[in-house]
Design a protein around this ligand. Structure first.
Ligand SMILES: [Zn+2]
Length: 83
Protein backbone atom coordinates (compact mmCIF):
# COMPACT_ATOMS: atom_id res chain seq x y z
CA UNK A 1 0.00 0.00 0.00
CA UNK A 2 1.12 3.53 -0.70
CA UNK A 3 1.98 5.74 2.24
CA UNK A 4 0.07 9.00 1.92
CA UNK A 5 0.74 10.65 5.26
CA UNK A 6 0.97 10.28 8.99
CA UNK A 7 -1.25 11.08 11.91
CA UNK A 8 -1.61 10.65 15.64
CA UNK A 9 -3.18 7.32 16.55
CA UNK A 10 -6.76 7.92 17.65
CA UNK A 11 -6.25 5.40 20.44
CA UNK A 12 -2.79 5.97 21.97
CA UNK A 13 -1.65 9.20 20.29
CA UNK A 14 1.57 7.87 18.78
CA UNK A 15 2.40 9.10 15.27
CA UNK A 16 1.56 6.36 12.78
CA UNK A 17 1.68 6.09 8.97
CA UNK A 18 -1.48 6.53 6.91
CA UNK A 19 -1.69 4.41 3.78
CA UNK A 20 -4.05 4.18 0.83
CA UNK A 21 -5.87 0.91 0.26
CA UNK A 22 -6.43 -0.61 -3.16
CA UNK A 23 -9.95 0.82 -3.10
CA UNK A 24 -8.54 4.33 -2.69
CA UNK A 25 -9.59 4.84 0.91
CA UNK A 26 -7.22 5.59 3.76
CA UNK A 27 -6.12 3.17 6.45
CA UNK A 28 -3.92 3.70 9.49
CA UNK A 29 -2.64 0.79 11.57
CA UNK A 30 -0.93 1.46 14.89
CA UNK A 31 1.94 -0.84 15.81
CA UNK A 32 2.10 0.66 19.31
CA UNK A 33 -1.38 -0.31 20.53
CA UNK A 34 -2.67 -2.54 17.70
CA UNK A 35 -5.41 -0.08 16.76
CA UNK A 36 -6.64 -0.01 13.15
CA UNK A 37 -8.42 2.96 11.63
CA UNK A 38 -9.83 1.97 8.25
CA UNK A 39 -12.09 3.98 5.96
CA UNK A 40 -14.83 2.07 4.16
CA UNK A 41 -16.40 5.11 2.53
CA UNK A 42 -15.82 8.66 1.37
CA UNK A 43 -16.93 10.26 4.65
CA UNK A 44 -14.49 8.32 6.82
CA UNK A 45 -11.76 8.77 4.24
CA UNK A 46 -12.25 12.53 4.31
CA UNK A 47 -12.04 12.61 8.11
CA UNK A 48 -8.84 10.57 8.20
CA UNK A 49 -7.19 12.68 5.49
CA UNK A 50 -8.18 15.86 7.34
CA UNK A 51 -6.37 14.63 10.46
CA UNK A 52 -3.22 13.41 8.73
CA UNK A 53 -0.13 15.28 7.60
CA UNK A 54 0.43 14.49 3.90
CA UNK A 55 3.65 12.65 3.22
CA UNK A 56 4.62 15.19 0.54
CA UNK A 57 5.02 17.87 3.22
CA UNK A 58 7.52 15.73 5.10
CA UNK A 59 11.22 15.73 4.30
CA UNK A 60 10.73 13.83 1.06
CA UNK A 61 12.52 15.80 -1.66
CA UNK A 62 10.51 14.62 -4.65
CA UNK A 63 6.73 14.24 -4.47
CA UNK A 64 5.58 10.93 -5.90
CA UNK A 65 1.86 11.62 -5.80
CA UNK A 66 0.07 12.26 -9.06
CA UNK A 67 -1.62 15.62 -9.55
CA UNK A 68 -5.08 15.85 -8.01
CA UNK A 69 -6.65 16.85 -11.31
CA UNK A 70 -5.77 14.45 -14.09
CA UNK A 71 -5.64 16.21 -17.47
CA UNK A 72 -6.71 13.20 -19.53
CA UNK A 73 -9.65 10.93 -18.78
CA UNK A 74 -9.61 8.89 -21.98
CA UNK A 75 -8.35 5.58 -20.70
CA UNK A 76 -10.76 3.40 -18.79
CA UNK A 77 -9.32 1.62 -15.82
CA UNK A 78 -10.32 0.32 -12.45
CA UNK A 79 -9.43 3.70 -11.01
CA UNK A 80 -11.98 5.46 -13.18
CA UNK A 81 -14.66 4.05 -10.92
CA UNK A 82 -13.65 6.54 -8.27
CA UNK A 83 -13.67 9.63 -10.48
ZN1 LIG B 1 -2.08 3.47 18.89
Amino acid sequence: MQKIGRMACTCCGEVIPVKQQANGFAIATCNYCDNKLQAFGQTADSHIRAKMTPVSSDSAPAPTLAPVVAPVQEKKSAFSLFN
